[in-house]
Design a protein around this ligand. Sequence first.
Ligand SMILES: O=C(O)CCC(=O)C(=O)O
Ligand SMILES: [Fe+2]
Length: 259
Amino acid sequence: MKEALEGCNQFFNLPMEEKMEFEGKDIWKPIRFGTGVDVNVEKFFYWRDFLKAYVHPQFNFPNKPKGFRETGEEYCKRAREVITELLKGISESLGLEESYIEKAMNLESGWQMFVTNLYPICPQPELAMGLPSHTDHGLLTLLIANEIGGLQIQRNGKWLNVNPLPNCLLVNTSDHLQILTNGRYKSIRHRAVVNNKATRISIAVPFGPSLDTVVSPAPELIEGESNRPAEYMPMKYKDYMELTLEGIPCLDRVRLPVA
Ligand SMILES: O=C(O)CCC(=O)C(=O)O
Ligand SMILES: [Fe+2]
């Protein structure tokens, strides 16, 4: 984890021209760098640089700084293993067989991203936001950060600080876990705030279904004893991602009206 964060730090320390090689607006570009520090959105600034790489089923990653690609590949592989294990436990918690989610979501060719965020020291943190309120689109996201706080999660309408703990993995539940479990697991709304004392770096590794999987609530969870009607309509993961990455919050779009 330390090595991965250090690799990200070194990447962000590269000269701007070298990072700008990866700059682009196309959401399907396999490696994308962006700097948001000068973007004015409503009355807030997004005080963040980011690097996003699509790392599974194909592994795409910057080949600099030296060693970063190898560290990234190892980190992503282990993150996939951790998430796959957690999803086994979640399947069982729903009364389903252990490999249910793995099979139904085609995780063998599941879609994984590596996202690293750099939040520089911000002279006026009250006027800026690191990353605005959102939910992640996959099944689960593994999150780590250097030991600087900034992540907040929403609970009962209130924003709560997540205190950083050293050597700790944070797991966020995401939209497709909510859809698949017909709302039994809720996608966690979160955001990142900035501060005027120290630079924060985080790595988010979301893992989700394969892009061509059409996700709908598991039939086992909408019939039988629970007698709970399906709350979400089916949508191909790729179509959902396109809407999300264009900035359209789409959990509400696939939600079916309750009779
Ligand atoms: O920086 C953080 O703690 C949050 C990052 C995040 O939510 C994301 O990249 O989706
Ligand atoms: Fe997120």
